[in-house]
Ligand binder design. Structure first.
Ligand code: HEC
Ligand code: HEC
Ligand code: HEC
Ligand code: HEC
Ligand code: HEC
Ligand code: HEC
Ligand code: HEC
Length: 263
């Protein structure tokens, strides 16, 4: 039954109590996440959504969830593609056979992280991937196995004007590991151990302001990411990929540099 066909008293109550009233006793998503969004934005059946018709969504989950969680689409586990191999039933594909948000997440769940099952971190990854998949990576998969999104669970350091992805990278690379340390000094200059590329980091890209020195942000290739509009480790390096640390594009002939610098 839709709200409009209910008696006026119930409608008034529903308006007064808002999302608190919705869902009580009928087993639907109720006031749970994402409560700010009307059911019909995502579900064809609107408030009448139940377990049988819930999969009939108005758009793909990448579009429905990405508006509020843009980071889940970029520096994150790939989603929105058909699985080419069987996966454990615990992690359901959507109706078109795609790995998507609800493969790992219980959308209207209440547990922290809203994950299916009780596996976390490395154990979660190994339920779908062979150990060898990670062993091949230069960091043995350590940087990815914390979560499905590299910024998840990164502590924001007060006073440091860096995006969460850079903080994640520095969590390991500011310690001395084999390749030596990467530092960001007080002036916001990133210094690679090799000394080959030193560069400002954390500053806002000049964007579309008229500037003789930089190409407009909108013209940059999509893989040159500017999280929160800032220069980040993931501007130049791949974040969530098998090829840990690779550049986002070739720097042959300074091509990566010239993607931004208009000399
Ligand atoms: C932002 C989009 C979004 C909104 C808003 C939304 N849902 Fe969902 N809901 C989903 C997705 C995605 C799934 C998982 C679909 C699948 O399994 O294919 C889901 C699943 C469900 C399910 C199946 C059981 C479960 O918990 O997974 C029910 C029932 C449901 N939603 C009801 C509702 C109701 C009622 C509302 C409004 C109060 C609502 N939803 C609002 C996206 C949304
Ligand atoms: C209207 C904005 C909005 C939409 C749309 C939305 N979310 Fe969220 N989401 C939030 C907010 C705000 C939080 C943090 C507060 C909370 O936990 O409810 C959150 C938290 C989460 C969390 C983290 C829970 C935790 O404990 O760390 C997950 C996972 C999540 N959302 C997945 C999804 C998925 C999947 C979809 C699409 C079906 C989606 N969200 C759509 C706003 C949204
Ligand atoms: C391969 C599994 C996987 C897929 C696919 C996935 N996630 Fe996640 N996600 C995780 C894990 C693991 C966590 C960490 C949960 C925890 O706190 O333990 C997480 C955390 C989150 C969080 C909270 C932390 C943060 O980064 O803000 C949000 C929001 C979120 N996911 C949204 C999404 C959305 C939206 C999609 C689809 C575009 C998606 N996820 C697809 C595994 C996945
Ligand atoms: C529900 C199953 C599932 C889970 C859980 C899962 N993955 Fe995946 N992942 C896949 C599938 C399917 C692909 C596509 C490639 C393939 O078939 O291996 C993929 C692809 C990837 C890729 C991209 C590979 C490339 O082409 O660059 C990475 C990186 C990755 N996963 C890491 C992880 C990590 C880290 C975790 C744990 C946080 C995880 N995965 C958890 C199913 C899963
Ligand atoms: C969990 C720790 C950890 C995190 C987090 C991490 N790395 Fe690494 N990274 C390593 C290890 C270990 C190596 C192997 C080489 C070494 O010991 O220096 C490595 C190697 C690299 C290399 C050199 C690659 C090569 O082929 O020699 C680059 C570049 C790199 N990481 C960039 C990044 C970036 C960018 C991030 C953030 C998106 C990041 N790393 C996050 C541990 C980490
Ligand atoms: C402006 C682009 C740019 C930014 C921003 C950037 N890097 Fe790099 N990084 C490079 C280039 C170019 C190389 C050299 C790659 C090569 O020679 O193949 C490199 C090399 C590395 C290496 C290999 C060892 C070394 O010292 O040369 C590591 C590790 C690394 N980067 C980590 C990081 C981390 C962590 C961040 C963020 C704090 C970061 N990078 C930000 C462009 C960048
Ligand atoms: C994502 C765009 C982007 C890429 C890629 C990039 N730069 Fe920059 N670079 C900038 C911006 C923006 C500034 C100015 C930052 C500021 O003033 O805080 C800058 C500043 C600099 C500076 C400091 C001097 C000055 O003019 O402000 C040098 C040197 C530099 N870049 C060299 C390079 C080199 C070499 C590469 C390739 C390895 C590179 N950049 C890649 C955007 C980029």
């Amino acid at each position: 039954m839709s709200a409009s066909s209910k008696p006026p008293v119930a409608l008034l109550l529903a308006l007064l109590c808002g999302t608190l009233l919705a869902g009580i006793g009928n087993g639907n998503a109720g006031n749970q996440h994402p409560a700010q969004t009307p059911c019909a934005e995502c579900h064809l059946a609107g408030t009448d959504t139940n377990r049988t018709n819930a999969a009939q969504l108005t758009r793909s989950q990448e579009a429905l969830c990405g508006g509020c969680h843009p980071g889940a689409l970029t520096v994150a586990h790939p989603t929105g593609f058909p699985a080419a191999r069987p996966l454990p039933a615990e992690y359901p594909l959507d109706w078109k056979g795609d790995v998507t948000c609800s493969t790992c997440h219980v959308t209207h769940g209440t547990q922290p992280g809203r994950l299916h099952g009780d596996k976390r971190h490395k154990a979660l990854c190994l339920s779908c991937h062979e150990a060898a998949f990670f062993e091949r990576m230069v960091d043995a998969g350590l940087s990815l196995q914390r979560s499905g999104h590299i910024a998840a669970g990164v502590e924001q350091l007060s006073g440091v004007e860096l995006d969460p992805y850079s903080l994640h990278c520095l969590g390991c690379h500011s310690d001395k590991i084999r390749g030596g340390s990467v530092t960001v000094d007080q002036r916001g200059v990133l210094r690679h151990a090799s000394g080959s590329v030193n560069h400002p980091i954390g500053t806002h890209y000049p964007g579309n302001r008229p500037s003789a020195r930089f190409h407009p942000a909108a013209s940059l290739r999509p893989q040159v990411l500017l999280p929160e509009g800032r220069l980040s480790c993931v501007t130049c390096h791949e974040g969530y990929a098998e090829t840990h640390g690779a550049l986002v594009m070739s720097n042959h002939g300074s091509a990566l540099c010239l993607e931004c610098h208009d000399i």
